[in-house]
Design a protein around this ligand. Sequence first.
Ligand SMILES: [Zn+2]
Length: 342
Amino acid sequence: MKALVKEKAEPGLWLADVPEPTIGPGDVLIKVLRTGICGTDLHIRAWDGWAQQAIRTPLVVGHEFVGEVVDTGRDVTDIKTGDRVSGEGHLVCGKCRNCLAGRRHLCRATVGLGVGRDGAFAEYVALPATNVWVHRVPVDLDVAAIFDPFGNAVHTALSFPLVGEDVLITGAGPIGLMAAAVARHAGARNVVITDVSEERLDLARKVGVSLALNVSDATIAEGQRELGLREGFDIGLEMSGRPEAMRDMIANMTHGGRIAMLGLPAEEFPVDWARIVTSMITVKGIYGREMFETWYAMSVLLEGGLDLAPVITGRYSHRDFEAAFADAASGRGGKVILDWTA
Ligand SMILES: [Zn+2]
């Protein structure tokens, strides 16, 4: 089968012929229909410092996908051939304290699909049935392809109750945009999002934010004044991993404010801990999705009318992966989809 492979320890990806994956008794074989390009895939393609220490070649990359079940192992009883499915990209150990307690998203020994084992940018992918999410209600294929990052957005946005609250989101990449849509849908009063890309801020306006702020020419404090906020933001969703964004967020939170942090910083950086203490701010790290409470939330949010269409801005055949990756790496658009059937 065709797959996008990290063949060599150098920048680039290669569309190569690899053997079809085989399945064990508890696994499901899935014909991949569409995939989403994630920041993780961009790191692997660029072969940066993180990728060099995290990836062993050769590796089929990718973890965001939707597909159709074509075969199931003999122990799989609740998933059938023909089911439309997406996959949870974190494979957990099932044995550690958190796994045994049902908190699988907190597993100490998570293996990432397309990072620690062969992934989904291929014509077929095999997954344990316990990692497969069946779409019981029809979902647009492009949206189904990005359930994994949509889950990051939902997990982050719904970490703290936000009904009637003023929410600040730093970073209007695809996950920030989806989190803004979720916060809006879930009943936040104001949703303010920041970025330095006007294209991305325009996408944020399409998902209905109260204010899309370009922080290269306005401050978050000015944004607060524009909206008439008097005491700061109640909830912060940090999506950029940038030190200046985190510092600015901390400086603009109300007393008792709560910050959920999904953006992954490239290195350590100082923040004003005295401000965190005296403003009594909670900071919660988010990695991945709750299995499978977040997945349930995603499905019912879509059924309830949440619209992610503005977030998807690029669609390519898998053969045009170079153009698709360049689009995703530009930092200007939303989510980029690869079609494995075209
Ligand atoms: Zn575990």
